[in-house]
Design a protein. Sequence first.
Length: 510
Amino acid sequence: MTRTLQSAQSTEAVKRPGRWLALSVLVLAVLLVAVDATVLGLATPYISEDLAPTGTQLLWIGDVYSFVIAGLLVSMGGLGDRIGRKRILLIGATAFGAISVLNAYASTPELLIVARALLGVAGATLMPATLALIRNIFHDPRERSLAVGIWGATASAGMAVGPIVGGFLLEHFWWGSVFLINLPVMAVLVLVGAKLLPESRNPDPGPWDLASVVLSLVGMVGLVYAVKETAAHGFAWATLAAGLLGAAALYGFVRRQLTMPVPLLDMRLFRSRGFSGAVLADLLTVLGLSGLVFFLSQYLQLVQGRQPFEAGLAELPAAIGAVVAGLIAGRAARRFSVRAVVSGGLAAVGLALAVLTVIDQHTGYPLLGTVLLVVGVGAGFSFTVTADVILSSVPGEQAGSASAVSETAYELGAALGIALLGSIVTGVYRDFTGPAGTPAAAHESLGGAVQAASGLPAHTAEALLDAARQSFVDGMTLAAGVGAAVLLAAAGAAWFLLRGQRLEDGAEHP
């Protein structure tokens, strides 16, 4: 009886006053990033029409954000551990809002690519800081699981709000307006966060090693660039050189971390099977999903002829499923097991993607909506539990670095997914046979074909669009099949790597 009373008193002692209000500010940052990521897909057809990017430029617009953010997340996570997670979050949010304006008013494909890259620099400060602050605000494991679930659910809600609000804006304003919706969220985050968020940092951080930062950035960007270019254009000596440079830089980064007294990233974190398994599950999940997400909005609009707002509503089931699953994931993992929830969620997503291999231009919404709902539920369970595992595997002072590893896996998976699966779609699409007089621009992207058809005679335009749409769907179904295989492999890997992993139950002291 006495032990129970002491445990209850200990639990109450580590419950910080105002922690739920602080969480409400943190989820605004998640909302900021999630909305920005989803509106781009809806805006792609309009960007294609206005800026006339090539197919390769269109892929760069889609994935350069992920390239840069993946290369800087570890560095920014370590910087937050050193100078303060609250400080870097507020600085990053301010920069994110300002650079969103540059994205909105980009006048050329090249300028938009640069603006997206700069947005990646700002975005790299946000996600690790939010998770690290959650780790240091919520010391009771059950409360932390719920907080992580709310964090993930907000990201999913942002993925729903983004297309709906973005669709409304695209029907009434120009495509750049979808980036300006970041500004009011950023303003609230900075003004309220300055008052509500507690500051936290590593009490014995060591120096922020610039050489490690450069090695991390060069390594990630070089390696992902090589994969992307090889998938899109085949082997080339320049691409091989970029890949070798990236691999050498990452090798140098790891060696440097192992020899530093206080490394930017403690490589010993990967000795934990639970930590490594959760990171690998996240990477493979996003890799298998991201190519589909990037092209689904184009399918709904350019193949099935939906308006942007309608296309945004059509994607809503995925977000609803992820929100519901995220809120109950921690409870489910404690009742059953971590590996059962994560592996089951990934398997469900893999099977849903497999269903997409049979879609055509005229597939009805009941099938698409059901697939999206299953994808949302499966991903919500998996991402929430793996985030909880990663946070609970490390001491509080390393929360920024651990969160950065988690987010790096997410962004690296997104970049590789868009590069590999996107290149599959693009490669299949380019080979379509159009009617005589088909412009070369029609083979660059489906948006280019739609624009080219507007200047052709009705009969020729109809034949061109039918051939282009069918080829796009063929590429998309092939990419869905590859994504399904990746997700099912991730489910199997998680089942073995997360064996015996459990979420904590007892409270910890700050």
